[in-house]
Design a protein around this ligand. Structure first.
Ligand code: HEC
Length: 111
């Protein structure tokens, strides 16, 4: 393998393992009970969320807060008046680091 090939391989491995890890994180935290990447379920699809908040400077802070604390205690209602994202007592806890990773992953889904 020459140097360029090695660099490419390292880049590819890095990218695929990190986005796999983030999907697994979202699954572990039971987000997929209410969300899907492309389909509308109880909550909006992650792609629609990404599209809505793309380029918004407060998005990371706001989405992290909703992911950690739920709709009411976190970033507030934005999608429907019928359903809420539950707060942290009713879901697995999400740390700051994890929330940051999840927001990055969601924003990367925007098409
Ligand atoms: C019990 C169902 C449920 C679970 C579990 C759930 N969500 Fe949600 N989520 C919702 C609903 C409903 C909304 C829409 C709330 C609204 O109208 O603003 C939402 C909204 C969101 C939003 C958009 C917030 C906004 O203001 O635009 C994000 C991001 C999100 N969820 C991420 C997650 C992540 C990450 C997890 C796992 C840690 C998760 N959700 C788990 C139901 C759920």
């Amino acid at each position: 393998m020459d140097r360029v090939e090695k660099i490419l391989l390292i880049l590819m491995l890095g990218m695929s393992t990190s986005s796999f890890a983030d999907v697994n994180l979202v699954k572990d935290k039971q987000c997929m009970q209410c969300h899907d990447v492309t389909a509308e379920r109880i909550g909006p699809s992650f792609q629609r969320i990404a599209k809505r908040w793309k380029g918004n400077p407060v998005a990371e802070q706001l989405l992290m807060s909703t992911i950690q604390q739920g709709t009411q205690d976190g970033g507030g209602q934005h999608w429907s008046s019928k359903a809420n994202m539950p707060n942290s007592q009713e879901r697995p806890l999400v740390s700051n680091d994890e929330a940051k990773k999840i927001v990055k992953w969601i924003m990367g889904l925007s098409v």
